[in-house]
Design a protein around this ligand. Structure first.
Ligand code: PLP
Length: 333
């Protein structure tokens, strides 16, 4: 492992944990025995960020960022570009902190996510399909109206905030099992969770192997590791709408390179199955992006051998009813 001076430190994550605690939920960490029946004997633990405020872990990083803004900056109002869950988190925190939020979302964003953001009081602008499209529109809004940017994945405060999911797991796991976790598995899109989460894991649970899973359709970090630098890949079709990010950024690239032990890609079919098994066996409503880790296990890419303790971060639970209905009825794959 290569250690460099990263833009986020373990201390930043501890500070974030202290700052955001009154604003976020400590979500359940549960053992999922019913899911264990699918595997060879590993113990499965699920960190249920689908039960976080706004239905995803995104509330954590956004809370850390927005609580760190000056009064003046906060009063200007905030803007963000988001495929969905970041939008809801920004809208939620803006309403908590009494400021205005204008969010740029893709034209193909799930209705549930758009309505979620509007429901928390944000104004939503639907624009384009890629992250670049959204950033362009966002910058236009900043120039015209002076809003403060809450970036979804390059801001060190956002990354440190997301990583508090590991601070919580490190505390909770002690009450559940002796000896800690053998492996922690993160879904990986833009990489803001996996990057800070991996750093936190290396600091708080040094014996735990860290795995990040990205869709084979958009393998930006796998290809970046091969290239030795952050790259942009073609935007393939993935059902995991929260992982539709074509570009790896330097800050997330470096943290993932330095702290993730195992970076893997997953095809679409196991993702559908992951959602179905999470719902029907695990009794958990988890969106496709949240199930790529479970999918990788179902696909035989995670060591699930007897006695291993493997934790999957269930990152969110926001999806359209029709999508869930199709998956449960086995009409999607
Ligand atoms: C944002 C998101 C991810 C991916 O997180 P990144 O930090 O972009 O890698 C995974 N699952 C859900 C539910 C998300 O909202």
């Amino acid at each position: 492992m290569q250690f460099t001076e990263n833009a986020v430190t373990a201390k930043d994550i501890q500070n974030a944990y202290d700052l955001i605690r009154p604003y976020i939920k400590s979500t359940p960490l549960i053992r999922a025995e019913k899911l264990e029946a699918l595997f060879a004997g590993a113990e499965i633990y699920l960190k249920l960020e689908n039960m976080q405020y706004t239905g995803s872990f995104k509330a954590r990083g956004v809370a850390n960022k927005m609580l760190s803004l000056s009064k003046e900056d906060l009063a200007r109002g905030v803007t963000a570009a988001s495929s969905g869950n970041h939008a809801q988190a920004v809208a939620f925190m803006a309403s908590k902190l009494g400021t205005e939020a204008v969010i740029v979302m893709p034209e193909n964003a799930p209705t549930a996510k758009v309505e979620g953001a509007i429901g928390y009081g944000a104004q939503v602008v639907l624009y384009g399909f890629t992250g670049e499209d959204r950033d362009y529109k966002c910058n236009e809004l900043i120039e015209e109206y002076g809003y403060c940017l809450v970036h979804s994945h390059t801001d060190p405060l956002v990354i440190a905030g997301h990583a508090t999911v590991i601070s919580e797991i490190a505390e909770q796991i002690q009450g559940l099992t002796d000896g800690g976790l053998d492996e922690i598995v993160f879904p990986c899109g833009a990489g803001s969770l996996a990057s800070g989460g991996a750093l936190a894991a290396k600091s708080l649970m040094p014996n735990t192997r860290v795995t990040a899973v990205e869709p084979a359709a958009v393998p930006r970090f796998t290809q970046s590791m091969d290239a030795g630098q952050p790259v942009t890949v073609e935007m393939g079709q993935t059902f995991a709408d929260g992982l539709r990010v074509s570009k790896a950024e330097p800050i997330t690239y470096e943290l993932i390179r330095d702290y993730v032990d195992n970076l893997i890609t997953i095809e679409e079919d196991p993702i559908y199955r992951g959602v179905r098994e999470a719902a029907l066996r695990g009794k958990i409503v988890a969106e496709p992006s949240a199930c790529v880790g479970l999918a990788a296990a179902l696909d035989g890419q995670i060591d699930m051998s007897p006695g291993r303790k493997v934790c999957f971060v269930i990152t969110g639970g926001n999806m359209d009813a029709q999508v869930l209905a199709d998956i449960l009825a086995n009409r999607s794959s």
